[in-house]
Design a protein around this ligand. Structure first.
Ligand code: KG4
Ligand code: ZN
Length: 336
């Protein structure tokens, strides 16, 4: 039987990425051109700059992905691309590129939901993982507790009411002077801090036990810092980081394990940029072990935005018969 090759493109935020994926789970190449250094100058992602950088980099990134995989466009079976959610101008670059390639090379076009990609990142290094399972998607833009019923079939059972988990990390990092991107920096300095030093609030939503809220803990950190400044007291960056991280982790683990119990799944996965957080991984691993549930997580390179995960999701969509027309557009608030 002939292999199925997907060329995948991802440009929803600040990474320009392309990948070639073989038979759904084998990554032949995974090229990522990160704009982080550029956006660091502004303390966060500047959408206009992201779009401009994508258009500059995208052809090189795709060329490199094909070259490293040792394939040509002719060998490709379909072109997969993230068409939402994300920054509209950033998404448009990838979508226009994918459409142009698919049209010129006469290949089918498969649009992919960014979150479906994050979840699919778990398939790459876990050949045994198949739906159904529960997945917590925690990134800069999303905090979703998802029941993965089948390939391409999802049920969202919980979501954030306000800030995404990664967004809270980024905002708190900025407030305590760690800069952008905040998640990895908080992760690092927390190792020198005491997670029990300050008690920040853990939000529980009575009528929706799987939903999240992180604006309260973020405000509590800001109030704590302002309080210290007004009193002229020193504060410990490491203790704040560790205590904040612990508060967020407690809520993520608590809601996730509650869902594991309620839904009876024996498999639990995490995905998205925040899934590379070391404290979250450790706490989830322990909680899953206690419950006798198999715990899955991707390597950090497949947690943050990349095109390999989009290629994996595109493969399953392609096999399920998903095809998009030449009218495919970027959908910034695309629903799962
Ligand atoms: O998945 P991703 O690359 O982009 C989105 O789809 O949003 O996630 C980026 C987010 C950022 O908020 C970043 O601060 C966070 O993931 N992040 C982390 C860590 N690494 C990245 N948060 C906590 N700990 C980390 N180690
Ligand atoms: Zn993402």
């Amino acid at each position: 039987k002939k292999d199925t090759l997907i060329l995948a493109i991802e440009s929803s935020c600040d990474e320009t990425a392309a990948s070639v994926v073989k038979n759904g789970r084998e990554i032949l190449s995974n090229i990522i051109s990160s704009q982080i250094a550029l956006h660091t100058l502004y303390g966060g992602v500047v959408p206009e700059i992201a779009s401009r950088k994508h258009i500059e980099k995208i052809n090189q990134v795709i060329e490199e992905a094909l070259k490293q995989a040792q394939v040509t466009l002719e060998d490709i079976d379909a072109v997969g691309v993230t068409y939402g959610p994300g920054l509209v101008g950033a998404l448009l670059v990838g979508v226009a590129e994918a459409k142009a390639i698919a049209y010129a090379a006469k290949k089918p076009l498969v649009g992919v939901h960014h979150i479906e990609g994050h979840i699919a990142a778990n398939y790459i290094e876990h050949p045994d993982l198949e739906p159904p399972f529960l997945c917590l998607v925690v990134s800069g833009g999303h905090t979703h507790l998802v029941h993965v019923e089948d390939y391409g079939k999802f049920k969202i059972i919980g979501r954030t009411r306000d800030d995404a988990a990664g967004e809270a990390f980024d905002k708190v990092a900025r407030a305590i002077g760690l800069g952008y991107p905040g998640g990895p920096k908080i992760d690092k300095v927390s190792r020198e801090g005491n997670p029990e030093a300050i008690v920040f609030p853990r939000a529980h939503i009575e009528e929706a036990p799987y939903d999240f809220s992180f604006s309260g803990v973020k405000s509590a950190v800001l109030n704590y810092i302002n309080g210290c400044k007004m009193k002229g007291e020193e504060y410990s960056q490491a203790d704040i980081a560790a205590s904040f991280q612990k508060a967020v982790t407690d809520v993520l683990v608590g809601n996730a394990m509650h869902a594991v119990e309620e839904y009876g799944d024996r498999k639990f996965a995490i995905a998205g940029g925040v899934a590379s957080n070391s404290a979250l991984r450790a706490a989830m691993a322990e909680a899953c072990k206690e419950k006798g549930v198999e715990f899955y997580y991707p390597s950090p390179i497949y947690c943050t935005d990349n095109a390999a995960m989009i290629g994996v999701a595109a493969y399953y969509e392609f096999m399920n018969g998903t095809r998009h027309g030449w009218d495919l557009n970027a959908v910034p608030n695309l629903k799962l």
